[in-house]
Design a binder for this molecule. Structure first.
Ligand SMILES: NC(=O)c1ccc[n+]([C@@H]2O[C@H](COP(=O)([O-])OP(=O)(O)OC[C@H]3O[C@@H](n4cnc5c(N)ncnc54)[C@H](O)[C@@H]3O)[C@@H](O)[C@H]2O)c1
Length: 438
């Protein structure tokens, strides 16, 4: 169905945002939204709250805020829910994560303490470094997924929500290749009943959410919804899905610098990226099986942007290395170094060095908010399946079968804004400057 402004259901009532995972990212997101609602902070980093969108011709000077242009849920209408195998409430978890300072956390203490995680579907086989105690039991994976569905229904009723969306903020699971069990809805559902080892907890959350009509956004590089079975289910149930892996620090920079090199037809000999990171995510990624999932997500970016098969003289055989080192003293304040060996006129080598001292969860939190609000909009607009226009937010964007994902940040931004224009019946912006060429 082609969306039109009149066919978008209004954002009335409450929107519940559910996060599997109540760790550093989820608590920074929740605390930030509450702080903004109380007028104590500004929603810095969020397109839904701060960005404008140009409409029509430049001479018309129409540039409303996105949130005034498309019907999004208001921050005051949001309620939060989560699952986690660690029973800490959002305040205890935020204290443990150490992202936010007491000056920001203490005024929100009571509110954050009221957010207690539901018992998780968790299995240490898939995340070896977490020792979960707050965990569901059931006779098989299907049973566990049905318990998640019941949680979703209970949460909706208890908090009087009109709609729900989910954003996976749980740990990165071990690397799993798509296989026959992920091929169809039937094979997947049979696999759940048979406790198939290639069905990870994140997939059970995804299945449960889609079955309950809850858009599912995947902030980690785990497959989760990125399988033919769950994509088919999302289409059948009319539910938007998006993923994978929030694009926050080093990869965000890659998707800015690599398009710049390509735009100027400069070559690349190699790109070496290394990080030190000391939070729980860093500890989980210290396990080689979880790191492999992350590495696959980080490595795909450059090839897709640079297209060595189309530009062999510039990009054939470049070396790309990504390292993450767990280094506890840094906590959430990651430091990344990139050494980029580039090639110019007559083959002369040059180097670019990037030293990014970022805060992982501070960069991720506004992405969680935007994904939640935009996927809710998509659902109300009747959009379903993979939401490629949300690729902007992901390191490893999902794309339809046989299609290459788009990695270039500026093409992704254009796609996002043009989708919003299309939804609201406005013309796409082509940057042709037609006012000069009647
Ligand atoms: N912060 C960033 O910049 C960034 C960027 C890209 C992706 N990510 C991904 O986002 C996720 C969250 O990051 P974080 O820094 O908050 O990590 P974190 O370790 O602080 O929090 C993850 C939480 O998920 C919980 N968890 C693990 N398995 C679960 C399950 N089956 N069900 C429910 N909860 C489960 C853990 O107990 C933990 O509390 C990670 O997968 C990370 O790789 C983060």
């Amino acid at each position: 169905m082609t969306p039109s402004p009149d066919s978008i259901r209004p954002a009335t009532g409450r929107l519940g945002i559910l996060t599997p995972g109540l760790g550093a990212v989820a608590t920074t997101f929740i605390a930030g939204v509450e702080s903004i609602r109380r007028g104590l902070s500004k929603p810095i980093g969020s397109l839904t709250q701060m960005s404008t969108i140009r409409l029509g011709q430049r001479t018309q000077k129409r540039s409303p805020l996105i949130r005034d242009f498309v019907p999004l849920a208001g921050l005051d209408d949001i309620v939060f829910g989560a699952w986690d195998p660690i029973p800490d409430d959002a305040y205890a978890s935020a204290k443990n994560a150490g992202v936010l300072e007491d000056a920001h956390l203490e005024p929100l203490k009571e509110f954050l303490q009221s957010i207690k995680p539901m018992p998780a579907v968790f299995d240490q086989h898939y995340v070896t470094r977490i020792h979960g105690t707050h965990v569901k039991t059931g006779k098989n994976k299907r049973d566990l997924a049905e318990q998640l569905r019941q949680d979703i229904r209970n949460f909706k009723a208890q908090h009087k929500c009109d709609r729900l969306v989910a954003v996976w903020c749980g740990s990165t699971e071990i690397f799993i290749e798509p296989s026959a069990v992920h091929a169809t809805i039937e094979s997947f559902e049979k696999g759940m009943a048979d406790n198939h080892p290639d069905i990870a907890p994140s997939m059970l959350y995804a299945w449960a959410c889609i079955m309950e009509g809850v858009p599912y956004n995947n902030g980690a590089p785990n497959l989760a919804v990125d399988t033919p079975a769950l994509q088919a289910l999302a289409l059948r149930e009319g539910v938007p899905i998006s993923g994978k892996d929030f694009k926050t620090g080093q990869t965000w920079m890659k998707t800015v610098i690599a398009p710049a090199l390509k735009a100027r037809m400069l070559g690349l000999a190699g790109w070496y990226s290394t990080n030190i990171l000391g939070n729980r995510d860093g500890e989980v990624l210290d396990d080689p099986a979880s790191f492999k999932t992350k590495e696959a997500s980080k490595l795909s970016v450059l090839h897709t942007i640079l297209q060595p098969e189309m530009y062999p003289d510039l990009y054939e055989g470049f070396s790309h290395v990504v390292r993450i080192n767990y280094y506890p003293p840094r906590g959430d304040n990651k430091e990344g170094w990139d050494n980029i060996d580039i090639v110019g006129w007559m083959g002369y080598p040059m180097q670019i060095k990037v030293n990014f001292l970022c805060r992982d969860s501070i960069l991720a939190a506004p992405i969680v908010l935007d994904l939640a609000l935009f996927s809710d909009l998509a659902h109300r607009a009747g959009m379903k399946g993979i939401q490629e226009w949300l690729s902007f937010y992901y390191k490893s964007p999902m794309a339809g079968a046989g299609l290459h994902p788009e990695h270039d940040l500026f093409i992704q931004q254009t796609k996002l804004k043009n989708t919003l224009r299309h939804l609201m019946g406005e013309e796409q912006i082509t940057h042709l400057g037609l006012e000069y060429y009647p």
